[in-house]
Design a binder for this molecule. Structure first.
Ligand code: CMX
Length: 133
């Protein structure tokens, strides 16, 4: 597998509108897209920072992984997404090396990317995502 860059950093927040006050008002970034990902039970907001994105994540239901994360750990860094050539292949490669997957195959995420997660227990406590176009 070849990781090309950090595609985005996912940050769990209670309210995108509230968090935007910092990312736009203080850091001067521009929110270029807001999208709901029904499958993942989240609303997302994206900001470009150089070649990497910040993805704010707000839960859209109480059983959303983001709602559970905030309940347990509070707001903060939720995951790091690595850009790869082929997310499904990267998941298979990781599994071959003994890593426990959350997604056996990639699925469609925000911005139409193919995404798949591997379990934080196997990545030293950081939820990791592979994504490809
Ligand atoms: N980062 C680091 N550790 C995490 C974590 C995260 N984001 N989410 C959960 N954990 C840890 C918990 O703290 C817990 O650790 P301990 O056993 O030491 O207490 C362990 O993982 C199990 O967590 P849990 O609360 O019991 O939660 P679940 O097992 O129900 O789910 C996870 C955890 C990661 C499997 C689930 O959140 C998941 O499938 N995530 C992938 C999908 C996702 O997060 N989607 C939202 C973003 C979508 C997007 O970006 O588009």
């Amino acid at each position: 597998m070849s990781v090309k860059k950090i595609e985005h950093i996912g940050i769990a927040v209670k309210s995108i509108e509230k968090a935007k006050e910092f990312y736009e008002g203080v850091l001067g970034l521009t929110c270029y897209a807001v999208e709901e990902v029904t499958d993942q039970k989240v609303k997302t907001a994206f900001f470009m920072v150089g070649e990497t994105k910040i993805e704010l994540l707000e839960a859209t239901s109480e059983d959303s992984p983001v709602a559970k994360f905030i309940d347990k750990k509070g707001e903060g860094i939720h995951h790091i997404a690595f850009a790869v050539e082929n997310a499904s292949q990267a998941l298979k490669d990781a599994e071959t090396k003994g890593v426990q997957l959350i997604d056996k195959q990639s699925r469609k995420g925000a911005e139409g990317l193919d995404i798949g997660f591997i379990h934080p227990k196997f990545t030293f406590g950081i939820l990791a995502e592979f994504c490809s176009k």
